[in-house]
Design a binder for this molecule. Structure first.
Ligand code: S3P
Length: 173
């Protein structure tokens, strides 16, 4: 059975960017779970949060995660909250390789500062509230993310990060 490579981590950690890049390097299909949900549900994640609320979003997120076929093995970037609800992380660990893109809160805050209105969980926050939201959300999410099979530090240079990701993948193969 071919196995997936799941990239997990906080919003702004670069999951989609690195997912696409890895897929190209490895010549594998790339899937972005948020994008998959948007195409299947015919609604943006933001509108889904607004119209249905987070609880229902987490249900459909779980559903679509489990409905990705096992083959072909793909690089999959999931939402920042995906591993943190239900037993989604155990499920991903059972279906492939999970890699946590770990970034310091300062880096995430900098990257998210101009994206507040685009992110359903951050909408309406000012810069101070953004800092608080990132710090407090990481307090409970980071220990969950840490249960990924592998951890890659985001603060390293792009070439070091690419090397770290490829090292993990070639070791697993
Ligand atoms: C979320 C992260 C988002 C998206 C949704 C909820 C979260 O994905 O799934 O807005 O709970 O952290 P990205 O991490 O790809 O931005």
């Amino acid at each position: 059975m071919s196995k997936h490579i799941y990239l997990i981590g906080f919003m702004g950690s670069g999951k989609s960017y690195w997912g696409m890049r890895l897929a190209l390097l490895l010549n594998l299909p790339f899937l972005d779970l948020d994008y998959l949900i948007e195409t299947k549900e015919g609604m943006s994640v933001g509108s889904y949060f607004e119209s249905q609320g987070e609880v229902i979003f987490r249900e459909i997120e779980r559903f679509h995660l489990r409905n990705i076929p096992d083959a072909p093995g793909s690089v999959i970037s999931v939402g920042g909250g995906t591993p943190c609800f239900f037993n989604n992380l155990d499920w991903m660990n059972a279906h492939g390789t999970t890699i946590y893109l770990r970034a310091d809160p300062e880096i995430l805050i900098k990257r998210l500062a101009n994206e507040i209105e685009k992110r359903p969980l951050l909408k309406g926050l000012n810069q101070d509230q953004l800092k608080e939201r990132v710090f407090y959300t990481l307090v409970w999410r980071d220990p969950i993310y840490q249960r990924a099979k592998h951890i890659v530090e985001v603060s390293t240079s792009e070439s070091d990060m690419e090397k770290a990701l490829l090292d993990i993948i070639y070791k697993v193969k």
